[in-house]
Design a binder for this molecule. Structure first.
Ligand code: GDP
Length: 421
């Protein structure tokens, strides 16, 4: 499985795209249309929000697990857009019957709440939080529910009524837009039914038949509902253990957990970014790395590589390997820093990631600064091709995280990758 080890946007889509070549099934296990993987194939750019990046490799089966919240409107638009670009999609996509539907009213509620919140989470406004709340509150609508027309109609009616009440309490106006979106969603019912499947069963049968499966995470460890910088997190478990639950298999079926880290750190949305805060570095990395959100276009905040977070991610995910992406973004820098530990205002320093998100906002990391390589790495295809200082930088990341580096990405294209080992 592939898991993000920072605040998302680590370049998981590219790593999944590269690895998908050698697998039979790619499955998403959590999140919804708030994730946005950007994948470059030749000169073509694809932005995928819900359909696994494996779709760009002909013949691979792509599944959306039960842990995903499915925005049917967005999903069908994405599906049709792929078809219009000559990607063969029919028969290749399956959606768990146990997945919850993200309804248009979840989106409306999400935006209304975020607009009025005193302390903003910085959500993408795509309805993810409200959809997961209804799932946990046992009021959600699952794909399997649409098989029974009467029951489905009742659930939808209840959901709309509940949402309208809450919108009225928030002083929001649902307008006609919500009713229209609901009508379109309901018209897609048969299309959804034709894709419904038992993802856990499909995956286990494939594994038993000796096939290979890749589980694709969205967002990152620091956005995990339990292990991230709560409350500035997403509403699902992004970490490795969530993958088993999110597709419906046992954790013992997962053999490898590859954590994806950028060679620096970024964050979109609100909440602390301990190695950020230096305006010049922030701007420089954002421009060099093109750090603007794939889903929202929002500028991402940028900072140096955070070894405290990466080491924590290695622990909570049980990483067996690392994929370091965007190494090329650092190519022109004369010096590069790494956050080694967090120091609190009272002088206490730690290498362990603290639970208290609000004090995390006050830490000053202790940095180690190493020389840059000031050479182009985008043509490197083996570790030996890399400049010496780039190799030393990777060695340091490996040492600080206690995790072997398996892949190094040096550009957006599929071929711009180093397979270590
Ligand atoms: P994801 O959600 O984790 O898949 O990440 P995003 O898609 O939001 O961001 C990754 C962006 O970085 C995409 O535009 C990728 O094409 C790009 N990218 C991935 N790996 C590399 C790399 O090694 N170098 C450069 N320059 N860009 C990369």
């Amino acid at each position: 499985m592939i898991v993000g080890c920072q605040w998302g946007d680590e370049g998981k889509g590219k790593i999944v795209d590269v690895l998908a070549e050698d697998v039979d099934i790619v499955a998403r296990y959590q999140g919804g249309a708030n994730a946005g993987h950007t994948v470059h194939v030749g000169d073509d750019e694809f932005i995928l929000h819900q359909i696994p990046s494996g779709i760009l490799h002909g013949g691979k089966r792509c599944l959306l697990g039960n842990g995903v919240v499915l925005d049917l409107l967005q999903f069908c638009d994405e599906y049709d857009a792929l078809v219009s670009r000559d990607i063969q999609v029919d028969g290749r996509v399956g959606i768990s019957e146990r997945a919850h539907l993200l309804m248009p009213y979840h989106r409306v509620l999400d935006r209304a709440r975020e607009d009025r919140a005193a302390e903003k989470i910085g959500t993408t406004g795509r309805g993810i939080g409200p959809a997961y709340e209804e799932k946990a509150g046992r009021r959600g609508i699952r794909v399997a529910d649409i098989r029974n027309e009467n029951r489905f109609a009742q659930l939808v009616e209840d959901g709309v009524a509940r949402a309208k009440d809450r919108l009225a309490a928030l002083g929001g106006d649902d307008g006609g837009a919500l009713d229209q979106a609901m009508e379109r969603t309901l018209s897609l019912r048969d299309r959804l039914l034709s894709l419904a499947t038992d993802t856990g069963l499909e995956i286990v049968e494939a594994l038993d038949a000796g096939k290979h499966v890749l589980l694709e995470g969205a967002q990152g460890t620091a956005l995990d509902l339990d292990h991230g910088t709560y409350p500035f997190v997403t509403s699902s478990n992004t970490t490795a253990a969530g993958a088993a639950t999110g597709v419906g298999i046992g954790p013992t079926r997962i053999h490898e957990v590859v954590g994806v880290v950028k060679a620096y750190t970024t964050r979109v949305g609100n909440g602390p970014l301990p190695t950020g805060g230096d305006a010049a570095i922030d701007e420089k990395l954002r421009q060099l790395g093109g750090e603007f959100g794939a889903t929202t276009g929002r500028p991402r905040r940028c900072g140096w590589f955070d070894a405290v977070l990466a080491r924590y991610a290695a622990r909570v995910n049980g990483l067996t390997g690392l994929a370091v992406t965007k190494l090329d973004v650092l190519d022109t820098l004369p010096e590069i820093s790494i956050g080694l530990e967090y120091c609190f205002p009272d002088g206490y320093c730690t290498r362990e990631f603290p639970a208290d998100t609000f004090t995390l906002g006050s830490v000053a990391p202790r940095f180690e600064t190493v020389p840059g390589w000031e050479e182009d790495t985008t043509g490197c295809r083996t570790l030996a091709d890399l400049p010496r200082n780039a190799r030393a930088y990777l060695d340091r990341i490996q040492e600080l995280t206690g995790t072997p580096i398996r892949f190094v990405s040096v550009g957006t294209r599929r071929d711009q990758i180093i397979f270590v080992d």
